[in-house]
Design a protein around this ligand. Sequence first.
Ligand code: TYD
Ligand code: MG
Length: 453
Amino acid sequence: MAGTKIAWFCTSCGFESPKWVGKCPSCNEWNTFADEVVKKGNSPSVPMQAFKEKPKPRALTEIVTGHTQRIDTNDEELNRVLGGGLVYGSIVLVGGQPGIGKSTLMLQLAMKANGKVLYVSGEESEEQIKMRADRLGQAVDECYIYTETACSTLIEEAKKLQPVLIIVDSIQTLYNPMIDSPPGSISQVRECTAELQRFAKESNIPIVVIGHITKEGGLAGPKVLEHIVDVVLQFEGDQNYTYRILRTLKNRFGSTDELGIYAMEAGGLREVSNPSELLLSQHTETLSGSVIAASLEGMRPLMIETQALVTPSVYGTPQRSATGFDLRRLAMLLAVLEKRCGLPIGHNDVFLNIAGGIRVTDPAIDLAIFTALISSLNNIGIGRNICFAAEIGLTGEIRGVSRIEQRIQEADRLGFEVIYISRSNLKNVKTENLHIDVRPLSRVEDLLYEVFG
Ligand code: TYD
Ligand code: MG
């Protein structure tokens, strides 16, 4: 066919190659290349047609900024994650595991919005969406469900309807008939996103797009997708638990440190504004191996229960298992425990769990985990009124962590009586107005002495 061109794309990262290759030179994945027909001439490579007049260079000081107008989503967690609400004309990409609740979150957003919303779904039928909406609550007049997958048709319809918000579930179901490859393929995803972006910029209507993720956990489709959109949010959590976390991976209009916490319940997703209290209310008695960490998720302090179980190993090779925590980090903590504290942990199985099914990357929970390991090994319980916030270094030093004051305030607010922190953090702490006893530690040996006597 005249004017057609075939190219090979890496299905993992979207790398384009003129011929098939076994190993992607960009992401080093094997056997990921698939061919796609890309028709020449209709791929508009200049997406910034939104400029009404020709731009010219201007000094930074000359540019006046208006107040960025934002749309209140009526969802405090979502507003926070977006940096204060949806920006007009922006594109937000929401990714997450199948079944985690992306469609639920979006339908709730559509039903709560002030004004007309166009909810485009290529994944579910109208009846399915209606059934879900019934579970979520009162049906609203201004939420329009549209099961269309042709990108240009949905844009035509949006022009007629003039909604305040468009939701697309999901980008992988959209297609542009000008491109020969099937929906969900690299070139379709890229083209449809670019088309949506042009429409968003022209019409000033924000568009929220759901995207699938690959089995490795990255967003499916080409990397360029993440570059085109303004905000990338990730919805994560463990399906067997109720908590869901909405994280910002990219935000052109705000900080990426914010995060939203939801609980999945029978009536849909509920905003959790006080996560610490929820995670801690499980039990009150002192148990060995259970220690509380004053952690920080994004910008929010969060008290987390860490649980360790250390038992003599029955097999030759002791087992190490960690849920919600990096296994290599656990191995490091075990090595420090053995070398610096002289505790024989090498012949024990070690199981570690972060309660609530959340994944923690904050290094400040090191000290709590370390204490939980010793507590379980020696069968000595740690009081529920004590919490910990420090990182542990290879030499056994107890290191300072960021935003220590915020952590201490949260612990104080929740009625903890003692918090152990690093001595190097102590100078940043004003203890005058606090009821909590702030105790500094310098080395892991001090911990043994102070906490376990
Ligand atoms: P869904 O939004 O379909 O996930 P995704 O779009 O990310 O694939 O969510 C599906 C799960 O949510 C399903 O397993 C059931 C659960 N759920 C509830 O627990 N309560 C509810 O009110 C709803 C609507 C769903
Ligand atoms: Mg879905």
